[in-house]
Design a protein around this ligand. Structure first.
Ligand code: FES
Ligand SMILES: [Fe+2]
Length: 425
């Protein structure tokens, strides 16, 4: 078994073989074909690197990388691995520098990753030194192509990948423009390791169905209910997704009736401090939930008034990390600042909502042990074409995720030919 000979039993992706979460051989292949392949990866926000010389150490998949702003203001990204013998070059998370010097033998690189200094290049007292034909310009750091959209920094290892705006596609570009419509300020960071396969987190995000059920606190106290009016937009490959819901747009009686069937919202629970969810409409469209998930490594969220990005960092087939960047707008008034900080508790490692998602992922990883040959059932929303549906009670986009995953990984479906998107629809 393994990625190249997995049995993917249905061409509509409504059965997901559990070995994709359990078999360690997938991790290396995913790094090669997805994270170092033809995708754009989210690395950070320009607001994190405002000044010339600023840098941030991050990852692209499991590859350590650095994104840096050069003295002329341009952005650069390179693998955080010394070209000499492989030492992690930059050890701080953030900093400001003219150049980067490796701790091991002090090879030195400029802000673009070019090698600019090698101690004892010509040896010492006529002895040692590098060969005469050693060329510094052949030993720079491995660079990535970097682009920024609406102040959000993306990078790719593949110079032939489609342009960033085309990769993101129109609904996602619109979402980024909406979220980053004015200057932001970074409020803080958190990170969490989750003992589960990263793809379970992607399934979770593609699945709006769970949101009104698993997240009982959100439903009970009005952050998000499946009965609310909302919308879902996807890109041309159904690999990215935006979901929003309109605050208080459901009928109180109907939502009570539907939710009483699943055993909560009975009305006896009250928050001591309602401001942890209380939504202040900032631009007049009542969208209290706005979530965007980009393939393969990022989520951009507005939940009530909390704003954050999440970078997904796969570590192995059974562990990934989420790196959260919380932010607000530079012109926030004191009330909004306080709300954003307080409502940051909705997400993060112990967040009211997020801990339920990470626990759900962990429970799947535990529950499927020993069941490599069994499969999950993904039929909510029907087995029809993978298109936007005007409801959150659907798993159709989970199938969309797997279709794109199989295509980019080169995994044949039904043991036959590669499933094309046209054929699937
Ligand atoms: S490994 Fe970096 S200078 Fe030797
Ligand atoms: Fe969730």
């Amino acid at each position: 078994m393994g990625a190249t000979d997995v049995h993917w039993p249905r061409a509509d992706y409504s059965r997901v073989p559990y070995e994709v979460f359990l078999d360690p051989s997938y991790h290396a292949l995913e790094q090669e074909r997805i994270f170092r392949g033809s995708t754009w990866l989210y690395l950070g926000l320009e607001a994190e690197l405002p000044r010339p010389g600023d840098y941030k150490a991050t990852v692209a998949g499991d590859t350590p990388v650095v994104v840096a702003r050069a003295d002329d203001g341009s952005l650069h990204a390179f693998v955080n691995r010394c070209a000499h013998r492989g030492t992690l070059l930059v050890r701080a998370q953030f900093g400001n520098t003219k150049d980067f010097t490796c701790v091991y033998h002090h090879w030195c690189y400029d802000q673009r990753g070019n090698l600019i200094g090698v101690p004892f290049l010509r040896g010492l007292k006529g002895k040692g030194g590098m060969p005469r034909d050693f060329k510094m310009d052949e030993h720079g750091l491995r660079t990535l192509v970097v682009e920024s959209f609406a102040g959000v920094i993306f990078a790719t290892f593949d110079p032939s990948v489609e342009p960033l705006e085309s990769y993101l596609d129109a609904p996602m570009c619109d979402y980024l423009k909406r979220m980053f419509r004015k200057p932001i300020t970074i409020l803080g960071y958190s990170r969490q390791r989750i003992p589960a396969n990263w793809k379970l987190y992607y399934e979770n995000g593609q699945d709006a169905y769970h949101a009104g059920l698993l997240h009982q606190m959100s439903a009970t106290f009005g952050l998000f209910r499946s009965t609310e009016v909302g919308g879902i937009a996807i890109d041309k490959h159904a690999r990215h997704k935006v979901i929003h819901s309109i605050h208080g747009s459901d009928d109180a009686k109907e939502s009570k009736r539907e939710y009483n069937k699943v055993g909560y919202m009975e009305g006896s629970l009250r928050l001591n401090d309602p401001s942890v969810f209380d939504y202040r409409d900032e631009i007049g469209d009542r969208r209290a939930t706005n979530l965007m998930r980009l393939f393969p490594n990022s989520i951009f969220q507005q939940l009530s008034n909390s704003l954050a990005t999440r970078q997904v960092r796969p570590r192995s087939h059974k562990e990934f990390e989420i790196f959260w960047t919380y932010f607000g707008y530079a012109d926030d008034d004191a009330d909004l600042q306080l709300r954003r900080l307080k409502q940051a508790n909705i997400v993060g490692a112990a967040g009211f909502s997020s801990m339920e998602d990470s626990e759900a992922c962990r429970l799947v990883q535990v529950g499927i042990r020993g069941s490599e040959r069994a499969q999950s059932v993904v039929e909510m929303g029907g087995l029809g074409p993978i298109v936007e549906q005007n409801t959150t009670v659907t798993e159709v986009l989970v199938r969309g995720f797997w279709r794109y995953y199989c295509n980019i990984m080169g995994i044949p479906v039904s043991g036959a030919q590669l499933q094309t998107e046209a054929a699937a629809e």
